[in-house]
Design a protein around this ligand. Structure first.
Ligand code: FAD
Ligand code: UDP
Length: 392
């Protein structure tokens, strides 16, 4: 019988950082995942010598030096800087909204000229609101950047991404897009960003080095073979004998919180993304990692060309083929990957009910984007786990 301090359900970033910190604290962990690989959503598959982000493009970014130093202590990061380009009806615009975008949009060359154009358009929107706060995403966007940018770069993309008209979406979604009066196409305001050299699998493998892991194993299937002894020790006898029986003291759960409670109050909703992957016989398809298609008529939201995350300059040509993924944002149903929580009133209320159950558990830790039903970037996940171990 093998004994572990923690059984960790989910080999994504939360589970992997938790396992790493626990091991450093002298604890033993077994990490299981139902997928046939480790890494959760940051997993990459090597195709034609290119690390393909199988669950959507991931760019690590943070201003937190402790988080940055931590991930770099596991694997060094490269100098990738995210600077997406938007394609609207065949014309290209730089993102985020900055002096390059304003020049491409209106031909303005100075910050004063750009400000004047935006103020002119914002005035129209503010007059329409007549003193009240923006009530939805459309009103928020019009008061932040005006009609030209809203109609060419925001409306179509957002409606495709969320599957709803901008007038029915909350204003906060758009508030995080920076508007800059300098010629700076860096999408993030953070001090640090990059991609692990050699890909995200290196980060996960480094975190899980010396930790026992099992893939292709669903926790709920295993749980059917679990017994709890009088002293609270939990024992799992593996159904197919693939592993000797184990017992463990505490559970770390990073799967869906509603599933953990057998959906007793109902199901939480998500948006999901379908990826259409193509290998192309050209060394350089679009000249950039990310190109957003902001018009409604193009069915996908963006095209990712994976090699540009890790290959720069002459390296690009040396790899004679390329891999692209077209992203289609769709409604989620059972069996699909749950990507983005839909934090509307109904779902937030439902989550609170599950949260109350979770708060009563004494030997289960719930963490990560599915267990907390929260859109989490990678850096805050790392931060959260590091903080948990500092407290302990
Ligand atoms: P996950 O990576 O989802 O890991 C959870 C794991 O639990 C999964 O592997 C799952 O298979 C497993 N699991 C669930 N239920 C069970 C079960 N019953 N039994 C066994 N295993 C189970 N963040 C950024 O910082 N930058 C980005 O550019 C970025 N881009 C993103 C793009 C997309 C399309 C998405 C969806 C997210 C993006 N993120 C990005 C967020 C990032 O993916 C998350 O912060 C991070 O992956 C969360 O890690 P996690 O461990 O909580 O979840
Ligand atoms: N957005 C947009 N046009 C773009 C890119 C983004 O209108 O070309 C909007 C869209 O509403 C999106 C929001 O900005 O939901 C946040 O985009 P970001 O890329 O920061 O978020 P992510 O797609 O990573 O969740």
């Amino acid at each position: 019988m093998k004994r572990y301090d923690y059984l960790i359900v989910g080999a994504g970033l939360f589970g992997a950082v938790f396992a790493y910190c626990a091991r450093k604290a002298g604890k033993t962990c077994l990490v299981i995942d139902k997928r046939p690989h480790l890494g959760g959503n940051i997993y990459c598959e090597n195709i034609e010598g290119i690390n393909v982000h199988k669950y959507g493009a991931h760019i690590f970014h943070t201003s937190d030096k402790e988080v940055w130093d931590f991930v770099n202590s596991i694997v060094e990061f490269n100098r990738y800087t995210n600077s997406p380009v938007a394609n609207f009806k065949g014309k290209l615009y730089n993102l985020p909204f900055n002096m390059n975008t304003f020049y491409q949009m209106w031909g303005v060359m100075t910050p004063d000229e750009a400000k004047a154009r935006i103020e002119e358009q914002k005035a129209e929107a503010l007059a329409m609101l007549d003193g009240r706060e923006p009530a939805n995403l459309e009103e928020q966007a019009l008061t932040l950047v005006g009609r030209d940018i809203y109609e060419r770069l925001i409306k179509g993309y957002t409606e495709k991404q969320w599957g709803r008209p901008c007038t029915e979406l909350p204003a906060f979604i758009i508030r995080r897009l920076p508007v800059r009066m300098v010629f700076d196409n860096n999408y993030f305001n953070d001090s640090y960003q990059g991609i692990p050299i050699g890909g995200y699998n290196k980060l996960i493998d480094g975190l899980l080095e010396d930790t026992d892991t099992i893939i292709s194993t669903d926790f709920f299937e295993l749980k059917r073979h679990e017994t709890v002894e009088d002293d609270g020790t939990r024992t799992i006898a593996f159904p197919d004998g693939c592993m000797e029986a184990i017992n463990y003291d505490r559970l770390v759960f990073t799967g869906k919180i509603d599933e953990f409670y057998d959906y007793r109050y109902g199901k939480l909703e998500y948006r999901t993304v379908r990826f259409e992957e193509e290998v192309l016989d050209t060394p350089n398809y679009q000249g950039n990692a990310v190109v957003n298609y902001t018009e409604r008529e193009v069915p996908y939201t963006r095209v990712i060309e994976h090699k540009h995350f890790e290959m720069f300059g002459e390296e690009i040509g040396k790899c004679t083929r390329t891999v692209i993924s077209k992203e289609y944002s769709t409604e989620w149903t059972d069996g699909m990957e749950p990507y983005y929580p839909v934090n509307n009133e109904r779902n937030n209320r439902l989550y609170q009910k599950y949260r109350e159950l979770a708060d009563k558990e004494t030997d289960v830790i719930f963490g990560g984007r599915l267990a907390e039903y929260k859109y989490y970037d990678m850096a805050p996940i790392v931060k959260k786990v590091l903080a948990m171990f500092k407290q302990a």
